[in-house]
Design a protein around this ligand. Structure first.
Ligand SMILES: Cc1cc2nc3c(=O)[nH]c(=O)nc-3n(C[C@H](O)[C@H](O)[C@H](O)COP(=O)(O)OP(=O)(O)OC[C@H]3O[C@@H](n4cnc5c(N)ncnc54)[C@H](O)[C@@H]3O)c2cc1C
Ligand code: SF4
Length: 331
């Protein structure tokens, strides 16, 4: 690990002021991702700005009937919050599918959005990686790519975003609230993370030094009909090969509104508006779910070791929809 200095700040102004005094400063919250990356010198900040004393520790109702999740609330406190459990059980379930209880006790909501890819080559400094070192090449495209993306990839990078929480936030249509050198601003969740294109080193649309202050959930939480299905190598403590977040509004057996997002398949949580449209006003039937799954995976491309994910994702979508609609598998 490289040498660095450390300061703990009590205001966003102080946090932002610290940025100007150092070459490569970095905010630290729970530290569960950043410290791992620092230990192997993938991240080498010269100054850590501890933001855990900023005032973003609450979960509060918003004026439009939604809920505001403070960026510094831990993943555990978010998942077990009474209002989240009752009104957004999809989010609770997604968070609890991630990491381990110990990690969720440290990991914060803001940090979860900002966590970096788990591509093995990104973590291995002996190999080329455009995300870690722009222009050096991508070891995964022609390498071992079992965990990599099948949608929205570029020649430069086929990494996935590893978060579970973010897949639910994408399906729910959350908004990210931010403060920074240019003041306060908000961005729809769908636009927060980026596809790799020719800048895979950029994971999201934040400007340098921006701080996530909170995440807003809209008033509709799909609490009656929802599912978060995570397919992984082992039952716990593993990242998703493929995950599916589903929220449905039902009128009898007819779907009046659908939300569908995938994890483990792209550089960002992948919401499929097209599949949602195909499900809307349809009867909840396996046949219709299969059609929606085909639509969601349209344009998917495998790279060899990860090609199995295309069929896996389709099957996971059908299963998640059956569970959300409270139906058994139909013949
Ligand atoms: C062994 C292991 C298994 C895991 N398994 C899963 C899993 O299955 N599913 C899953 O979703 N996650 C998993 N995680 C990831 C974990 O959820 C993240 O490490 C965690 O959410 C990061 O939050 P943090 O507060 O610790 O962030 P930190 O490590 O403190 O920070 C991460 C990054 O976010 C930036 N940052 C933090 N807060 C803010 C803010 N408010 N504004 C701007 N920038 C900020 C930091 O500068 C840093 O770049 C796993 C982690 C480990 C170590
Ligand atoms: S997939 Fe992306 S993160 Fe992985 S080696 Fe290629 S450029 Fe790096």
């Amino acid at each position: 690990m490289n040498k660095f200095t450390y300061v703990s700040v009590n205001s966003t102004d102080a946090a932002i002021r610290e940025l100007d005094e150092h070459d490569s400063p970095k905010y630290i919250a729970g530290g569960t991702n950043l410290l791992d990356l620092m230990k192997i010198s993938v991240e080498s900040p010269d100054h850590l700005i501890d933001i855990t004393h900023l005032a973003f520790h609450s979960i509060e109702d918003t004026n439009n009937g939604g809920l505001r999740l403070g960026a510094l609330v831990t993943n555990a406190d978010t998942a077990w919050n009474e209002k989240v459990e009752e009104r957004y059980p999809l989010l609770s379930k997604a968070i609890l599918a991630g990491a381990s209880p110990q990690l969720r006790n440290m990991a914060t909501n803001g940090g979860n959005l900002m966590q970096r890819t788990r591509c093995y080559y990104f973590y291995d400094k002996a190999t080329p990686c455009n995300k870690r070192e722009p222009g050096s090449g991508c070891s995964a495209v022609n390498g071992y790519n079992r965990i990599h993306a099948i949608l929205g990839t570029s020649e430069q990078c086929i990494a996935t975003h590893p978060s579970d929480m973010c897949v639910a936030l994408a399906a729910l249509g959350a908004t990210v609230n931010i403060t920074g050198k240019n003041g306060d601003w908000s961005i729809p969740f769908a636009d927060f993370h980026r596809l790799p294109g020719d800048r895979p080193d950029l994971d999201n649309t934040l400007d340098a030094g921006d701080i996530i202050t909170s995440v807003d959930l809209p008033n509709e939480g799909f609490a009656e009909n929802f599912e978060y299905l995570k397919v992984r190598e082992r039952a716990s403590y593993a990242f998703a090969l493929v995950s599916v977040a589903v929220g449905l509004k039902m009128d009898g057996n007819v779907i009046t509104e659908a939300r569908l997002a995938l994890g483990g398949v792209a550089h960002k949580p992948w919401r499929s508006i097209e599949a949602e449209a195909a499900l809307t006003n349809q009867v909840a039937l396996t046949e219709n779910f299969k059609k929606a799954a085909e639509i969601a995976l349209e344009g998917a491309k495998g790279f060899g070791d990860n090609t199995f994910k295309i069929d896996l994702a389709k099957r996971a979508i059908v299963r998640a929809l059956l569970k959300a609609a409270k139906l058994e598998e139909q013949a």
